[in-house]
Write a protein that binds this ligand. Structure first.
Ligand SMILES: [Zn+2]
Length: 161
């Protein structure tokens, strides 16, 4: 389900800017209908900025990222979509250094992106992990030693993001 585009060109066409990337992800996340990430109500209102939603039940405002692996990331959704495409097209895995270069982000961010997307691939969902679940589990990134940079191999932990 993580493979959202067949090619780089298709991605560029479908998500030429951040808003269309948001729209694209919204369509995936709400393919069975809009719902509130706080109370699951389906009484959702959309603001005219097309990015903010409000729940008619609990009255909370939220973006489509709330409750997903993207929630606490500052990276644009478009960068995430591109990362998904890059990762799924590198069947043997992609190093965080390469991903950082391709996306124009820091290696630390790239490592976080890889970590989160691997979690999403495992759970087949974009739902956010329970607090601490990903970062606490070192075996999560096991099995791909060759793709890891030395500071990760030696157990370098990500502190804050
Ligand atoms: Zn609600």
């Amino acid at each position: 389900m993580l493979t959202t585009f067949n090619s780089m060109l298709e991605m560029m066409r479908e998500a030429p800017d951040e808003q269309s990337a948001i729209d694209h992800f919204t369509a995936i996340r709400w393919k069975n209908g809009a719902f509130c990430p706080h109370c699951n109500s389906d009484r959702i209102y959309c603001f005219s900025d097309q990015r903010t939603h409000k729940c008619g039940h609990c009255r909370k405002r939220f973006s489509i990222r709330v409750g997903t692996i993207f929630e606490d990331s500052k990276l644009p959704l478009r960068t995430w979509l591109l990362a998904i495409w890059l990762i799924t097209s590198h069947k043997k895995g992609i190093a965080s250094t390469q991903l950082a270069k391709d996306l124009g982000i820091t290696q630390k961010s790239a490592w976080f992106v890889l970590h989160r997307l691997r979690y999403a691939a495992q759970t087949r969902s974009f739902n956010r992990p329970l607090s601490g679940e990903v970062e606490a589990d070192e075996t999560f990134i096991g099995g791909e030693q060759m793709n890891k940079h030395s500071w990760q191999r030696t157990g370098g932990k990500q502190s804050g993001k």
